[in-house]
Ligand binder design. Sequence first.
Ligand code: PMP
Length: 441
Amino acid sequence: MTKILHRTIGTNLPKAVAGEGIYITDSEGRSYIDGSGGAAVSCLGHNHPEVLDAMKAQMGRISYAHTSFFTTDVAEQLAEQLVELAPEGLDYVYLVSGGSEAVEAALKMARQYYVEIGQPQRRHIIARRQSYHGNTIGALATGGNAWRREQFKPILPESHHVSPCYAYRDMQPGETHEDYAERLAAELETKIVELGADKVMAFVAEPVVGATLGAVGPVADYFKRVRQICDKYGILLILDEVMCGMGRTGTIFALEQEGIVPDLVTIAKGLGGGFQPIGAVLLSEKIYRAFAEGSGLFQHGHTYIGHPIAAAAASKVVEILNRPEMMHNVIKMGDRLQAGLDAALGQSPYVGDLRGRGLFRGVEIVADKDAKQPFDPARKIHAKIRKEAMQRGLMCYPMGGTIDGKHGDHVLLAPPYIIQPEEIDLIVERLAAAIDAAAKN
Ligand code: PMP
């Protein structure tokens, strides 16, 4: 009997014993294509020799040095690499150990920023419905995933939500992308005014929504309008790239495709590529200056921030991601994946929408295609798809529809960037068979 409290109790999970490239092997000798990079984590696949070497070399130097006593070469180097790659205006890096930690740190930076500049009345966070920003209490409160929040609501701090940018379901007939972006911007502005413009501190959004909606990107101009509204009211814009960042969508930062620069960006997952747990917040000069010229301290901290082995792994991952062939392959294989999904699933009665960017693709499952009617959540189609896919040697990342019926079950695909054409085709073939089997049973 297991002594581990697994996420879903009573499921008989296979035991992973080895990983190589895009494959994971279990103790029975079965091999699975890692079509989701776990949860959009393993961007370079498994057992990458260069990353392993970098970690081993760091272990031979120093494994841990608390950041209130020391800085390290590897952590400094990683920060420099990230700033170098980030759009101009994001000039400093705060290292943490994962995505939720990054979101918590970004929220506290926003709050402390306003305290430092003499606007302590700013305290409201606005985020979007059907978003996910992590499972710790502050991050969970910020996210708008109804199912994940439901039982914890009584202990969550106050937060406020507006509509996500979700064209498949929410764009009205006759509306252009510009009209739609404008309508959403107006909704955000109304919410800000309602809460009191001088009391709002931050708007938080995922550039491409991952865990809750399944690779839903914004329409053109949406983030430009959001940036304008935030600027108009002096509100900080926090973009959460924990899932969609680090090259997943074909650019190192997904926000590069939106033509704006936020005040804070959170990253994790692909940053460590699964070799080590690590996350980071990138922040603007404006915020850094407020701290430096104010209290001289960011009043926060965790035991493992800037962990040298995690930093060594991430530094190597980032170096590899920045090689030209990497983003080239993400775009090329991403196009192939979308084309394959369109061909295999475009006509399926159970598939409402196929979407995404780069190697970040989503399939929305519906019971009635014309009415875009989701399956009854009680049928747990997503869990059935996971089971059918695993039986066919494919890891994909299916999730249930919202309990408020606002979207269907979906499957997220996020394979490693080293994937090859024939492996993309295998993912499509296995996923199409798994969806068909799950929806029929
Ligand atoms: N933000 C986003 C956008 C995420 O997708 C996730 C994880 N799925 C998180 C935050 C939380 O990250 P972690 O699980 O590493 O705490």
